[in-house]
Write a protein that binds this ligand. Structure first.
Ligand code: NDP
Ligand code: MG
Ligand code: MG
Length: 329
């Protein structure tokens, strides 16, 4: 088992009395900033003028331009979209970093794939909640925390790991448990998970099931319920108690179908393809494609977004969800 860190393992002096600049005030930014403030840490926000700036001020923070926030900070936590981090870093952050400051991230992409190469005299850490931002905040406010990750890419001061742990404590993660990883492992497993299982794998599985039923003449509403809506109920059971709890809760007929048919859907060929997907993450092929896609102003990405929104499952889904008013409450 990997080692887990909890509140008792943290030396809070590595963050108390320090100034943390949270760069970006979106999903992660607002949550980490508010949790740190409630943990007694001095927080400033770095942004450009716009919607987030107004929100951060309404939430009672001192907001500065990115360069001004960076100049004051002992710890600079970069919570900008991954695609814009390198541009903002080289324009506004790098030259304003205090000597001996800590540069921190919640995802390793830019450092691991060399889009951001920090100077040798700063600590470079990862401190990331394993959770979407709104939950990071809600769970903390309820007195708990979401699990998190820390990693050290560069230890200029000799304190990088302690600083990462203290930061993770400030956002509530050591209440739940924090795991030590590396930038490489965090980046590659995150990309693989979202591509093969959580996002790419799950959405294609849902669409393939839906299309098969609809093409065979079944009502799209029935296909939507079976292949998309019910997925949440199954995943909730897995989340609570693993595959065993899910299989305990479903009927024996469903369990028999699970065992006898699952491998015909996720075949040896699918597993072989997953290995290929992983190797294209490891060798930088995926990162290069995504960076180039952004440099072309997302021509293919935007087209794919439109095509996907036109799929029948989205039409019928919008109609059905409109009738299930409890869903978006
Ligand atoms: P969001 O897209 O939610 O927020 C981005 C923020 O950056 C916004 O406040 C935006 O402000 C600001 N911003 C964008 N461009 C600039 C710019 N040029 N200058 C200044 N500010 C700018 O990002 P996320 O919170 O989703 O992601 C942040 C990081 O956290 C990423 O590294 C991501 O991988 C990581 N992460 C995210 C998770 C999540 O749940 N979303 C989970 C774990 C990690 P504006 O209103 O002006 O656009
Ligand atoms: Mg990701
Ligand atoms: Mg059923």
């Amino acid at each position: 088992m990997v080692k887990m860190y909890y509140d008792a393992d943290v030396n809070k002096s590595f963050i108390q009395g320090k100034t943390v600049a949270i760069i970006g005030y979106g999903s992660q930014g607002h949550a980490q900033a508010q949790n740190l403030r409630d943990s007694g840490v001095n927080v400033v926000i770095g942004l450009r003028k716009g919607k987030s700036w107004e929100q951060a001020e309404m939430d009672g923070f001192k907001v500065f331009t990115v360069d001004e926030a960076t100049k004051q900070a002992d710890i600079v936590q970069i919570l900008l979209p991954d695609e814009t981090q390198a541009k903002v870093y080289y324009a506004e952050i790098e030259k304003n970093l205090k000597p001996g400051a800590t540069l921190s991230f919640s995802h390793g992409f830019n450092v691991h794939f060399a889009q951001i190469v920090p100077p040798a005299d700063v600590d470079v850490i990862l401190a990331a909640p394993k959770s979407p931002g709104h939950l990071v905040r809600r769970v903390y406010a309820e007195g708990f925390g979401v699990p998190g990750l820390i990693a050290v890419h560069q230890d200029a001061t000799g304190n990088a790991k302690d600083i990462a742990l203290a930061y993770a404590c400030g956002i509530g993660c050591t209440r739940a448990g924090v795991l030590e990883t590396s930038f490489r492992e965090e980046t590659e497993t995150d990309l693989f998970g979202e591509q093969a299982v959580l996002c790419g794998g799950a959405s294609e599985l849902v669409k393939a099931g839906f299309d098969t039923l609809v093409e065979a003449g079944y009502a799209p509403e029935m296909a939507y319920f079976e292949c998309l809506h019910e997925l949440k109920l199954i995943v909730d059971l897995m989340y609570e108690g693993g595959l065993a709890r899910m299989r305990y809760s479903i009927s024996d007929t469903a369990e028999f179908g699970d065992y006898s048919i699952g491998k015909r859907i996720i075949t040896d060929e699918t597993r072989k393809e997953m290995k290929k997907v992983l190797s294209e993450i490891q060798d930088g092929t995926f990162a290069r494609n995504w960076i180039l896609e952004n440099q072309s102003n997302r021509a293919a990405f935007s087209a794919r977004r439109r095509i996907e929104s036109e799929h029948g499952i989205e039409q019928v889904g919008a109609k059905l969800r409109g009738m299930m008013q409890w869903i978006n409450k």
